[in-house]
Each structure stands twice: as structure tokens, then as C-alpha cells.
Design a protein around this ligand. Structure first.
Ligand SMILES: Cc1cc2nc3c(=O)[nH]c(=O)nc-3n(C[C@H](O)[C@H](O)[C@H](O)COP(=O)(O)OP(=O)(O)OC[C@H]3O[C@@H](n4cnc5c(N)ncnc54)[C@H](O)[C@@H]3O)c2cc1C
Length: 415
């Protein structure tokens, strides 16, 4: 595949952009592969990429029932941060954040990583104490965060109202190297680079069954026929429980719709990411000028990819006190994604009761930021057959051993 560069851009500009080749191949599935990955979201594609790049495993297929990046990866609010409380989470999220810094160069695809800073507001005394605790934990883990006063917050976000009657801003946790990236570009960049190394990405190919013999997995049944494999990695976010059932085991996952919305575009007003956990909303401004606003999950399990109207109202009602400017904006679009929630709000990356089947799921409302680190760790596990240091603590066994990695406090929003 030809590399993108300033020269290729200039050449194509002169040729009216008629000479670009397709970014990735769309092959028919082969009868079998060394590794089959189900789900062409960011995590599945990153796993395929690092399998090929770090471990030389290129006989890999990524099967996607829709179009690549059409799941949560293309539906999220793109916040990237690593200010997590527990050491295993800090390690994998910081690995991911660090990889994001050079991801565009690594993939030769502009993922528009924008380290504009992430500010998590403390709007109750309890929250202030919780963020201080996280800050201390971050310092021990070598993660760059700082506690900031209301005066400093006013400098960072002049548009904020600090003195709300219900939710006064008492302080915040600021991670300057956090930020955002373009979600589609992350999926497209990994897909293009993986395809270039020989990985087959097969879209419109739904996995409908999983076959096994006494030694383990033998292959999958799909809408494009049967595909044999001795290693199968399930990376399907909100559909994880469905795929696990096909394989004959259960996962401690609940699937819920999480939604987001954008306003009409306005001139630059907010140049960092702000998360208001107490009022249950978070926002940043896109390059086009839209306010990108995230809300909460539905209060009941479901598999819809759309939002409920009451969340829009609740999220905006809560945010308007802290950001009165939002009351003047029209909201343009809302959408939802099916998020896969675990009890301790930490992911599952591990082996399963079926030999040869691995899972990477449970990223819930916060897995976009983790894509590079998750793919790195998952690829190592699939290549070697056993999790390495990054993935090790996130195995399924933690639920039977009671070894939870409780990140509910560090979750983006209060669920
Ligand atoms: C509204 C919203 C806001 C969010 N905001 C943030 C944020 O700001 N920051 C952050 O870090 N995270 C955020 N997240 C979470 C983040 O989007 C996810 O954790 C992450 O994208 C999960 O990626 P994935 O690759 O695991 O799953 P997905 O991108 O959902 O990919 C899974 C793929 O599997 C496919 N699939 C399912 N079943 C089958 C089958 N049977 N056969 C073949 N393919 C199948 C699906 O079609 C899908 O494409 C948000 C999520 C939502 C919904």
C-alpha cells in the first residue's frame, strides 16, 4: 500500500484525487485462519494490527457483521485519559494514551489525536476527596495529573459558571496530556495498516455460531460460510454475552444503551474536555464547532443503538447550570451505542472455559481511550496463548476469586 505523505497529497491534488487506492482490501473469507477475531471495532482491529506487527501473526481474519467502526467505536465522545485509580487500570490506560501520541505516525494515518487536556470537576465535597485520592494514586503510578482550584479552572474554561446554587465547582482533577482523537480515523487507520500486513477484514459477515471439539474451538459459522480456526478472539462489546452463549459459557456482562448528542456548530468556546460526574454529563467542542455531549446509560438492559429522549433532557438540564451558554444552543443529533458493563467497571481480557477462545470486552462507557493498549495486550495474549503483564489482572478468574478492580469512581459518568 502506498504511504500517505505530503507528496502523495500534492500529487493527488493535481490529479483531482482520481488516483487514491482503496484504504483496505475487502477479500472473501478463506476456509480457515490461524486466528479469527470477531468484531471490527477499534479493539478488534487494534488486536489484529499488533498481532501482525508485534508477533508476526498475519494469517488473521477480522469478521464484522456490519461495517467496520459501526459499533461503539464510531459512536463515542472520543475522550482519552489515563487518570484511573487502580494500578492495573492505570497501567493499561496509560499505555494506550502513550501509544495515541505517536499513533498517526505509526499507522501512517492521521487519527487527529488532540491532547487538549481533560478536566474532571468536583462538585461535592465527597467528589473533591475522591479526586484527591485518584491524584495521589496517579502520582504513585507515574501518571501526570494535578488537582486544580476553582480559580485555575476559570482560567482553563472561562465559559464555566463556578457558583451554581446546586452544583458549585469546588475543584477538579486536570490531566493535561489527555484529550480526544477522531474515532472513525482510529478504526480506519488500524484497518488500513492491518490489511496492508495481510490481515483479512471481512465486513457484512455475521458470526452466527461457534463450533468446538473436545480440544477446543474449531471454527465459526457465519453469513458468508464456515471458517475454521483454532484461536478465536471475541471482541464485540455489547454483543459479548450473545457470542459467549454461542460458545457455551456465560460472561458477567450487562448490555445497556449509552447515548451522546451534538449541538449546532459555534465558534471556538471550549478548548479542553470537561467531565461533570455529579451532574452526569461531559462535553468537548469538535473541530467543526459542535458541542459533543455525553450522557448516561439507560436504566435497563437493552440492545438498542439509539438514545431515549429523557436522557437528553436530563443531561442538558444538569449541564446548563455549570455551562449556561448551552441553553442558547440547538441540539442537532443524538445517538446511542450498546456498552458492555462489568460489575467493577473494568474490562475483561482473558482466556475462557473453551480452549482457544479469548475475550476482550467489558470496556463499558470508557473503552475508546484504551484501544491501542487493549489491542497491544490482547494481541500478546492471543499470540502466546496466555495473558501478559498488562492483561493479566483483567482475566475472568477475578470474578470467581473476588479480586475486583473497582473503577466505578473513575468512570466517566456516574454509573
Ligand atoms: C455514546 C458513547 C460515548 C462513549 N464515550 C466514550 C469516551 O468519550 N471515551 C472512551 O474512552 N470511551 C467511550 N465510549 C466507549 C467506547 O466507545 C467503547 O468502549 C469502545 O468503542 C468499544 O470498542 P470495541 O471495539 O470493543 O466495540 P465496538 O466498536 O462496538 O465493536 C464491536 C463490533 O462487533 C461487531 N459484532 C457484534 N456482534 C457480531 C457478530 N455476531 N459477528 C460479527 N461482528 C459482530 C459489531 O457490529 C461492532 O462493530 C462511549 C460509548 C458510547 C456508546
Amino acid at each position: 500500500m502506498r504511504r500517505y505523505s505530503v507528496f502523495s497529497l500534492a500529487r493527488e491534488a493535481l490529479r483531482h484525487h482520481t488516483g487514491w487506492e482503496r484504504a483496505w482490501r475487502s477479500p472473501d473469507p478463506k476456509p480457515g485462519y490461524e486466528v479469527v477475531i470477531v468484531g471490527a471495532g477499534g479493539h478488534g482491529l487494534a488486536t489484529a494490527y499488533y498481532l501482525a506487527k508485534n508477533h508476526g501473526v498475519r494469517n488473521v481474519a477480522v469478521l464484522e457483521k456490519g461495517w467496520l467502526g459501526g459499533g461503539n467505536t464510531g459512536r463515542n465522545t472520543t475522550i482519552i485519559r489515563s487518570n484511573y485509580l487502580q494500578p492495573p487500570s492505570a497501567a493499561i490506560f496509560e499505555k494506550a494514551r502513550a501509544l495515541y501520541e505517536t499513533l498517526s505516525q505509526d499507522l501512517n494515518f492521521n487519527v487527529m489525536f488532540s491532547p487538549r487536556g481533560v478536566l474532571m470537576l468536583a462538585q461535592t465535597e465527597h467528589e473533591l476527596r475522591a479526586w484527591k485520592r485518584t491524584w495521589y494514586a496517579n502520582r504513585l503510578a507515574g501518571i501526570e495529573t494535578e488537582m486544580v482550584t476553582p480559580a485555575r479552572i476559570r482560567e482553563i474554561v472561562p465559559a464555566i459558571n463556578l457558583a451554581g446554587p446546586r452544583y458549585p465547582v469546588l475543584g477538579g482533577l486536570w490531566q493535561a496530556p489527555g484529550g480526544t482523537a477522531r474515532h472513525d480515523a482510529v478504526a480506519w487507520g488500524y484497518a488500513r495498516a492491518a490489511s496492508d500486513m495481510g490481515v483479512d477484514i471481512i465486513q457484512n459477515c455475521e458470526v452466527t455460531g461457534i463450533d468446538r471439539d473436545p480440544e477446543g474451538v474449531t471454527g465459526v459459522r457465519t453469513t458468508k460460510g464456515e471458517i475454521a480456526c483454532r484461536k478465536l478472539c471475541i471482541v464485540v462489546a455489547g454483543s459479548s454475552g450473545v457470542l459467549a452463549e454461542m460458545a457455551g459459557f456465560r460472561l458477567p456482562i450487562e448490555s445497556l444503551a449509552l447515548q451522546a448528542l451534538v449541538s449546532e456548530p459555534v465558534k471556538p468556546a471550549i478548548d479542553c474536555v470537561i467531565m461533570a460526574n455529579t451532574v452526569h454529563g461531559y462535553l468537548s467542542q469538535s473541530d467543526k464547532g459542535e458541542m459533543v455531549i455525553g450522557g448516561g446509560t439507560d436504566g435497563f438492559n437493552n440492545y438498542t443503538q439509539r438514545g431515549s429522549f429523557h436522557h437528553v433532557e436530563e443531561t442538558l438540564r444538569a449541564l446548563i447550570e455549570t455551562f449556561p451558554m448551552l441553553s442558547r444552543l440547538k441540539m442537532l443529533r443524538q445517538w446511542g451505542g450498546i456498552v458492555d458493563m462489568t460489575g467493577d467497571r473494568s474490562p475483561i481480557i482473558g482466556t475462557t472455559p473453551v480452549p482457544g477462545i479469548f475475550v476482550n470486552c467489558g470496556w463499558g462507557t470508557g473503552g475508546f481511550k484504551a484501544i491501542p493498549g487493549s489491542g497491544w495486550a490482547c494481541a500478546e495474549m492471543v499470540a502466546k496463548g496466555t495473558p501478559g503483564d498488562l492483561a493479566g489482572p483483567f482475566g475472568l478468574d477475578r470474578f470467581t476469586e473476588g479480586r475486583m478492580i473497582d473503577e466505578s469512581v473513575a468512570a466517566a459518568v456516574a454509573h
